[in-house]
Design a protein around this ligand. Structure first.
Ligand code: ADP
Ligand code: MG
Length: 691
């Protein structure tokens, strides 16, 4: 068994610093172990007590009768290190350190945490600054969370990994109230040693865990997390993550728009999307979604039947599902007939609509059962959501029983919206494995998570593209940037970089018709801001336009440019932005979005972490709101989407090949032509560094 395995399922536990007063924080863990039914050996360690809770108490670790599998250390921060050392020397597999006052407190805390890690040697540590772990499958509690005061904690198929101890207690108590059971709950705290990915990996191998809920503040080792999440997808164990920091402002990088548009939290969004990890948008989703996933049922399509015996609640539910993008078709004729047969003459109309309203007749369990069975059998629906109305308050067991029987009839998901405040019914249903919710919106959110999603394909790592020799370093000007992009296969506009007005005029004559004139500068990232772009200049006007640009630059106090760029006048159906962003935590990514000057206004962008596959690039295009523009919005011509996908891939390949050398890269705009016309980078910005 691995050390984490022993931590989750120890046969013997030492409780270091246990208090004889069970009401104290340091007294609780021994009491909780006993109360929740731990059957192994418990060794309280406290030099000032002879017996705690009927157990023999030991003065120190050295006098324990055996090396414990696991230990929970309840001592204050200043006393933890010697205890950890003694446990490690004794051969303990793993220890939980509850005390705070380590890296999270700053100052000397960081050094104290390092010393702790060193003292542990090969013994594994959970924490410090954690509330510990709870294993409800095997009824083992190595925790001081007050949520363990609850006597009746159901075991279930959901496991929790939380970087916050308080959240563990919050989920545990909320779930218990709703009848939702857990397998294991682990709070990783400061993650001096074991981190959330270590625990995730262990849980993937836990036969009692079907779904994993994670509360994350950040990821220490994104690569390991990616690998674990891929394994989870292969195993069919969904991961639901609530990641804090959604309001975090984007970290602005030096000169591109990409940094502002990317933002640390959007990078996490991208990471989760790429891995098939479900992101809980609200804290309550972190319980709701796993509870529904734990039923094991998945939705094949987007068609939902709503069954109700009360008009208002049915409408609420139908509305919430509709807003979430589900279809609510009326029952097919055969199904409507089956349901109508259960109803009185005046009520039959309700059978051919969705929500299917069985009126007060539906309060009778047998009518409800038959109607639900008809809807679950119907080929017109992928899921059934049913309302439990106020009348159920009078006979909770009967209603819950009828619903549970129906759920057993079908592989399709059956969810319940409990309309009145009826915690008892909610609890009964959840305990019987039927996901029940107190809000119609929760039902809609959960349905979305139940939709079968393909595991995103693993992108092939890029064949090591040779890095061009003699790469410049520092900020590149537009011509240099585009030359770099072109080397990796991104199409760029035809253009000439020239030193002066004379050269510009000569270049303009080589291009046919009107041209685009720009200043060429490594120091000016946004040329238009300083009057450095003129679109549609005739060759004759070029010298005067050059002089004017130089004059404006001088007046603005801008640095003298390297020269001018004279390019063909390109045309676009849609202007896009294609950028590169390196996140401090998660690494490199590409961003695609609606471009041009309004890029930061509309923020219609999407991100993927590298490496990406063609399928990823296609999905990126597809998930933009601009996808409709590219597909020919309102009679406009269809755009060259395959060429856009190629450009995204070429740009991503460049970023991978250049690796750490690439600091920034952005094309804004990337002109997308009509189908067959291709795409062109009309602007380019890159910053390279020597490695
Ligand atoms: P900036 O440094 O201000 O971003 P750009 O090179 O992006 O300057 O040019 C500003 C705008 O001018 C672009 O958004 C695009 O609309 C237009 N433009 C630039 N180059 C061309 C070109 N070759 N053909 C047509 N329009 C162009
Ligand atoms: Mg630009």
């Amino acid at each position: 068994m691995t050390a984490i395995g022993k931590l989750l399922r120890p046969r013997s536990v030492a409780v270091i610093g246990a208090s004889a007063d069970l009401s104290r924080m340091t007294g609780r863990p021994v009491g909780y172990l006993q109360k929740h039914g731990f059957t192994g050996a418990v060794y309280p360690v406290n030099p000032r007590a002879a017996e705690i809770a009927g157990l023999r108490c030991y003065p120190d670790v050295a006098s324990l009768p055996e090396a414990p599998d696991a230990a929970i250390i309840l001592l204050g921060a200043d006393k933890v290190e010697p205890a950890v050392r003694a446990l490690a020397e004794r051969g303990t597999a793993a220890a939980v350190v509850l005390a705070g006052g380590f890296a999270e407190s700053g100052g000397e805390g960081g050094a104290r945490q390092q010393a702790l890690k060193a003292a542990a040697g090969s013994m594994r540590l959970l924490g410090p600054n954690t509330i510990g772990l709870v294993n409800l499958t095997d009824r083992i509690t190595l925790s001081a969370t007050g949520a363990l005061e609850i006597g009746d904690l159901p075991a279930g198929r959901i496991s929790v990994v939380s970087q916050s101890g308080g959240i563990l207690g919050s989920l545990l108590s909320r779930a218990a109230d709703r009848g939702i059971g857990f397998a294991k709950l682990v709070a990783t705290g400061n993650e001096a040693d074991l981190d959330s990915t270590d625990v995730l990996e262990e849980l993937l191998g836990d036969p009692a865990t079907d779904v994993i809920a994670m509360y994350l503040e950040g990821l220490r080792r994104p690569e390991r997390f990616r690998a674990a999440a891929r394994r989870a997808a292969e195993l069919g164990k969904p991961i639901v993550v609530f990641k804090v920091g959604r309001s975090e402002a984007g970290e602005r990088s030096a000169s591109s728009h990409t940094g502002a548009l990317a933002g640390a939290d959007r990078m996490f969004d991208a990471l989760f999307r790429q891995l098939g990890v479900i992101r809980a948008q609200s804290f309550s989703d972190l319980l709701d979604i796993p509870a529904a996933l734990a039923s094991g049922k998945r939705m094949a399509g987007k068609r939902v039947a709503v069954l109700t015996s009360t008009g208002g609640a049915g409408t609420l539910l139908a509305d919430a599902c509709g807003v979430a993008g589900f279809a609510l078709p009326p029952p097919d004729a055969a199904t409507a007939e089956r349901i109508a047969a259960l109803l009185g003459e005046d009520e039959k109309a309700g059978a051919s609509r969705n929500p299917v309203d069985v009126t007060l007749a539906g309060v009778k369990p047998e009518v409800f059962r038959s109607a639900a069975a008809a809807l679950l059998d119907s080929p017109s629906y992928d899921a059934l959501v049913t309302v439990v109305g106020s009348s159920a308050l009078a006979q909770p067991d009967l209603v819950a029983g009828a619903v549970t029987e129906c759920a057993a009839l079908s592989d399709k998901p059956l969810l319940v919206y409990v309309s009145p405040h009826a915690p008892e019914i909610t609890r009964l249903l959840n305990r019987q494995g039927v996901p029940a919710f107190a809000a119609p919106e929760s039902c809609a959110t959960v349905l979305e998570a139940l939709r079968r999603r393909p595991v995103p394909p693993l992108p092939k790592p890029v064949t090591a593209e040779p890095v061009p020799a003699n790469l410049p370093t520092g900020p590149l000007n537009e011509a240099e940037s585009k030359a770099l992009f072109a080397r990796f296969g991104v199409p760029v506009t035809r253009e000439f970089a020239v030193a002066d007005a004379e050269g510009a005029a000569a270049a303009a004559r080589k291009l046919s018709g009107k041209v685009v004139l720009k200043i060429l500068s490594r120091q000016i990232a946004h040329k238009s801001d300083v009057g450095g772009v003129r679109v549609g200049v005739t060759p004759e006007d070029v010298p005067a336009a050059c002089a004017e640009m130089l004059e404006r630059l001088r007046q603005a106090g801008a640095p003298a440019p390297e020269g001018f760029l004279v390019g063909e006048l390109a045309r676009a159906q849609v202007e896009m932005i294609l950028g590169y962003h390196r996140d401090l935590q998660l690494g490199p990514a590409v961003l695609l979005g609606l471009g041009g000057v309004t890029a930061e206004l509309f923020k219609d962008t999407t991100l993927r972490l590298l490496p990406i596959s063609r399928a990823d690039a296609e999905a990126m295009v597809g998930e933009l709101r601009a996808a409709e523009l590219l597909a020919g919005y309102r009679g406009a011509p269809l755009c060259d989407i395959p060429a856009l996908v190629d450009a995204v891939l070429a740009f991503a390949k460049m970023a991978e090949a250049l690796g750490e050398r690439l600091v920034e890269a952005e094309i804004n705009p990337l002109f997308v032509g009509r189908a067959g016309e291709g795409v062109r980078a009309v602007d380019g910005l890159a910053v390279l560094r020597a490695v």
